[in-house]
Design a protein around this ligand. Sequence first.
Ligand SMILES: Cc1ncc(C[n+]2csc(CCOP(=O)(O)OP(=O)(O)O)c2C)c(N)n1
Length: 684
Amino acid sequence: MAIKDATTGRARREYSVAELEDAARLMRGYNLVALCAAGSGHAGGTLSIMDLAAALYLHAADHDPANPNWADRDRILWSAGHKAPALYVSLGMAGFFPLDDVVTLRKLGSPFQGHPHWLKLPGVEVSTGSLGQGLSIAVGMGLAARIDGRSHKIFCLMGDGEQQEGQVWEAAMEAGHFGLENIIAIVDCNRLQIDGWVKDVMQVEPLAEKYASFGWRVLTIDGHKMSAIVAALDEACESTGKPTVILAATVKGKGVSFMENVAGWHGKTPNRAELDAALAELGLTDRIPVDQLLKKARDYQAEASHSLDARMPRFSRDYWWNAHGAAEGEAMRVAMEPTRKGFGQALACCGGDERVVCIGLDISGSITISDFYAGHPERARRWISMGIAEQSATAAAAGLAREGKLPVLGSYATFSAARNLDQVRVSICYSKLNVLVAGAHAGVSVGPDGATHQALEDLFAMMGLPNMVVVAPCDAIETRKATEYLLLKHVGPKYIRFAREATPIVSDEQTPFVFGQANIIRLRREGVSFAEAFETRLAARYADEYEDLSIIACGPMVPEAMRAARILKREYGYETRVINMHTLKPIDEEAIIRAARETGVIVTAEEHQIGALSGCVSSVITRSRELYGLPVITGAIGVNDRFGDSGAPWELMKELGVSAEHIAARAMELMAIKKHAFPDVALA
Ligand SMILES: Cc1ncc(C[n+]2csc(CCOP(=O)(O)OP(=O)(O)O)c2C)c(N)n1
């Protein structure tokens, strides 16, 4: 067992226990440098698993860095995809690529995605990031090896919090049932998850007894004692006819005193001073060329930014949010706040209603659902932590609603409105139960986490469900109003979608928010304040101003549409009717029909796969008798049938073509068609 030359079968390098310990230390250092350069990522769980990773990649697994697809290699699956940097430094250390390269972690276009993507990096076996799926993939691979008569092993790395996912136990049952002795699961039992100690969030112990009862061989070790790790991995590779699980007791943040056993370091990265302190503790100050590595990261970023900007539509001046380069008097300023803040404020405000029950899914602080109980100890009994178990929690919410409660269920939109789709469909929507599902961190706003965490399809699912209503508010203020309305006033299944990143505040307390009715936003003046340059009215109260075109947008694309309206006015003198379609279902058909009839040109703008908004708008236009015989020229801005990428949220707006500049450029194309194709048609 070793890093091998696949052609000769000879070991390329064999590590002693002492060398493995040293390698793990060095890998911890490179891991922290990459995290520091990325500015986001997971320090705690990458440090806890590093000794196991070193032993696995440098000692136990048969693989060949020169031939990553060697058919007989052992497969290593990182079901805990957030530990990706540990995977990357393991591959680098094993010789798959220079270790230094990992420092481009989480940057746009980097093969070192926030969560592993096998199509971008040789040595990565599968793409992961949504917890709880790896062991099932291992079962598939184990069965494939059996069918093909191959004898390689399939290692699967998981977290202990991850054991809360029901799918893990389906896979455990399958591996036991099929007697898949080629599967070796390793659980990094660091006892912490995001919301705190695993035992408090949702107890998973006794894991040894659970796996044993599913027909597994169980090995329990100290996950930081290299000799014990090596011995356990060697033993696990001996056949017994059963799958093996290694339960490794570890310390989250291991090796860096101020990170050890601190839940807050789960999804945090060290700044430069913390990095230097950590490297000093690890005894690596003179062994890692930190300045050189950080410069490599900066250079990569500069090049990525440059090539991205070169692909952006160009105008006579820079209209970007709070642009520094803009001339005096040209730059309108805007305040930014994450829309998720509005969600938390609404829960804090409405949480006094005894019927409200909030369900935690181990991502409570960051999506602000924890604001429900913060400072309100009397609400603690109505706060239900369900751990990382979105599917069961969704059906549990249905049970609470059936008993008259007002349950709120929230996670990353991709986990609260996709992973649990059938539970939302049957338990909530079919039963028409009063559950508020919150799709947090939706769209590209989780940026560097990468494609697995970017919900770009959730609206298709939620809007497609009978009985479900769907709201995507434009800013933090509208998110608060919408949450309050949905929670206390709307009875039935309801979905609210909001973002993680700070986005422009473009409404205020006086701005109307009427569920199911669009707002019309018009640029009225230039000035210092972007928000004050616009006037907003309820669509039903708006009289035609004979604008040249309409932009219909939802969520964080509303501010982009407003910025596009300014570009179109300043650059070309066009008047734009911006429509904030915050309620996507039921959609304001009248506002769409009027926009089509009165302006003749409609651009839709959504931070989602094209179709959730544009499909609805097209459908309204297609079905409207009022529009028969009238020319309506339409265009759609949104994500064009691709997955996202790691990168800063604002970079991704550019990369995915969903910025104001893209809207304005598309609008100009449509205006050219309007002028040339229908020069004589009176559109109103
Ligand atoms: C299905 C799913 N739900 C939620 C998340 C968000 N998330 C990422 S890491 C994490 C906690 C994982 O805890 P644990 O398995 O104990 O890992 P460790 O503490 O070792 O990092 C959560 C909830 C996710 N990635 N996938």
